[in-house]
Design a protein around this ligand. Structure first.
Ligand SMILES: NC(=O)c1ccc[n+]([C@@H]2O[C@H](COP(=O)([O-])OP(=O)(O)OC[C@H]3O[C@@H](n4cnc5c(N)ncnc54)[C@H](O)[C@@H]3O)[C@@H](O)[C@H]2O)c1
Length: 304
């Protein structure tokens, strides 16, 4: 077992990523070394509201936390319905975590997102390009990346694409259709998709995302460039129609209709693909799951 010098704190631990990251970190460091927290209550997870600056500080100092995975956030679709709350949780919450980390010299992992890109970004998004997101959610992620390199501590992030997983529901993002579709396909044989059939977005299987997170955090900070605020990492890119056809390999009677809603607008403002040579060259990023392999895994696990 790889024991960290202090304890590991995860905020937003009950979400889509936290559910799996906590499991992986507990396997790596031991159950008690990892403190899972969320604003919601559940077994094995304690309550921590990241908006409560004093409580965050008390926990980090009191529990000798030296590594923080800060996952508490509002995602794009939920965030755009309540932009003020999105800004508060995503920016003020992060500032509270940074302030606490400084007290105990803790390192932080804070995810960014492909939502940092705006309509002026090329369809294949480079690592370095002007970041002009149209959503408040995207703007909070740009601020997060800037804080990562300007706050004087060891803080890193990944620009996660849409994440596909079966252990926890997706948390109110624009790419949620790529998770919901599997549940509907298996339960009802039909899905009404909220983006157009030709909508192509960067996606990633959760196993790849968790591995990327742990690999990035295992790397010496001196060897990382300023891109550490938010590395582009690519998994695979596919259209909603291609996803349907891949599912039909397993469920030939599955049907899907397409009824775009407001989330189409957010999807249209994002790139179709991610160019990730910086992550590949700096810390050896290497994705393992393509579309068909993701679909095989999702159907096998949800079908159990
Ligand atoms: N899932 C994706 O596809 C994806 C893609 C890109 C980036 N990200 C980023 O990864 C991070 C985690 O995303 P996720 O998909 O697990 O999100 P999620 O919505 O599934 O989980 C977020 C968790 O944060 C908790 N939370 C909300 N407000 C809180 C508060 N004030 N204090 C403490 N906890 C609070 C929620 O209860 C929830 O369990 C976020 O920063 C998100 O922007 C996710």
């Amino acid at each position: 077992m790889d024991l960290p010098s202090g304890r590991v704190l995860v905020t937003g631990a009950l979400g889509q990523i936290g559910t799996e990251l906590v499991e992986a970190l507990r396997q790596k460091h031991g159950y008690d070394a990892v403190i899972a927290t969320d604003i919601r209550k559940a077994e094995g997870c304690q309550i921590l509201d990241v908006m409560d600056k004093n409580e965050v500080k008390k926990l980090v100092i009191g529990e000798q936390v030296t590594e923080i995975y800060h996952l508490a956030a509002l995602l794009s679709a939920t965030g755009e319905k309540n932009p003020k709350l999105c800004w508060d949780i995503n920016v003020t919450g992060l500032e509270n975590v940074i302030a606490a980390a400084k007290e105990n010299k803790a390192r932080i992992f804070s995810p960014s997102s492909i939502a940092v890109f705006g309509p002026d970004c090329p369809k294949i998004a480079p690592q370095k390009t002007p970041l002009n997101p149209t959503t408040v959610y995207g703007k909070t992620k740009v601020v997060g990346e800037q804080l990562a390199v300007n706050s004087g501590i060891d803080m890193r992030g990944l620009r996660y694409p849409g994440l596909i997983s079966y252990k926890a529901p997706a948390g109110g993002g624009t790419t949620d259709y790529a998770v919901e579709i599997f549940h509907s396909a298996l339960e009802n044989g039909h899905y009404e998709c909220f983006v157009r059939e030709d909508t192509k977005l960067p996606m990633m299987y959760m196993d790849d995302a968790i591995r990327a997170t742990i690999e990035l955090m295992s790397f010496p900070v001196e060897k990382l460039s300023e891109s550490r605020g938010g590395y582009n990492i690519s998994g695979c890119s596919f259209t909603a129609g291609e996803l349907v056809r891949s599912i039909q390999r397993h469920l030939p009677d599955f049907t899907c209709t397409f009824k775009p809603d407001i989330r189409q607008k957010y999807a249209d403002s994002w790139p179709e693909e991610i160019e990730d040579t910086t992550a590949v060259n700096e810390w050896g990023w290497n994705p393992k799951f393509n579309l068909d392999r993701i679909v095989d895994e999702m159907i096998a696990n949800l079908g159990k």
